[in-house]
Design a binder for this molecule. Structure first.
Ligand code: ADP
Ligand code: MG
Length: 244
């Protein structure tokens, strides 16, 4: 399968308090192929969010390049959309309006944007909540809106920055399972996913492959295939339902 995103020799330095020009990311190299669900694992403060923002083109790298379909990105990466840890919804906008924001830069008629957003709202399980405001929703539903806003533009690669970490345990579990099912059933209009997490269990449950970062500065210490027969697990659970 072809590489959608290539991360080549990325370095990032920051002026941290009392430590000028500290290297946070050091020589990060990996690629994301079409169809892959990749987890980026690392401890808190290791540079995961920074790396994801560099891939999205929201933050410039100090050195190195990110390519999308073989072309190095200048500014915002046109092939990705991002889901944030803290949802980043606009409280004064409805669910529908928040999701439609994901289409803001697209040249589409307003009615077409609306239709597209409504379809995505249905896929992510928020049918009937189009006109609700974020404050009327639970945390899990808010993050579904965040996911919807990212998916509505049909990005080739969905970037998720610890999307479940602000949720309580059960809500996080539900959302992980629903998202994984949608992904495995090919109902999510995206070709690949990069999930940033500090949870090994989460990475193993959801991803096909995991890149593991060390700290101070972050380097890739492992790039492993997660070999769990999820398809068979899924079929087994469907079989149980049939027997019941
Ligand atoms: P993670 O997401 O793995 O917790 P981050 O990417 O948020 O890690 O941060 C990695 C390091 O870079 C931390 O030491 C953080 O303080 C620092 N950092 C992140 N963003 C900035 C910034 N805009 N300016 C200065 N330092 C930053
Ligand atoms: Mg982070």
């Amino acid at each position: 399968m072809k590489a959608l995103i290539e991360v080549k020799g990325i370095y990032k330095n920051f002026d941290l308090k009392g430590h000028e020009n500290t290297t946070v990311l050091e020589d990060i190299n990996f690629e994301v192929k079409e169809g892959e669900f990749l987890a980026i694992l690392g401890p808190s403060g290791s540079g995961k969010s920074t790396l994801l923002r560099i891939i999205a083109g929201l933050v410039p790298a100090s050195q190195g390049t990110v390519t999308y379909l073989g072309n190095s990105i200048q500014g915002v990466n046109p092939g990705v959309a991002m889901v944030f840890q803290s949802f980043a919804l606009f409280p004064w906008l409805t669910v529908l309006e928040n999701v439609m924001l994901g289409l803001e830069v697209k040249k589409m008629a307003e009615a077409e944007k609306r239709d597209k957003a409504l379809k995505v709202i249905d896929i992510i399980g928020l049918d009937g909540f189009e006109n609700a405001y974020p404050k009327e929703l639970s945390g899990g539903m808010r993050q579904r809106v965040g996911i919807g806003r990212a998916l509505v533009s049909d990005p080739d690669v969905l970037l998720m920055d610890e999307p479940f970490s602000a949720l309580d345990v059960l809500t996080a579990e539900n959302l992980r399972r629903d998202l994984l099912e949608l992904w495995l059933d090919r109902k999510i209009p995206t070709k690949s996913i990069i999930l940033v997490t500090h949870g090994i269990e989460e990475a193993v449950y959801m991803a096909d492959r995991a890149v593991i970062l060390s700290t101070g500065p972050a380097k890739i210490v492992e790039d492993i295939i997660v070999d769990i027969p999820r398809w068979r697990d899924k079929k087994a659970s469907e079989f149980t339902v049939l027997v019941d």
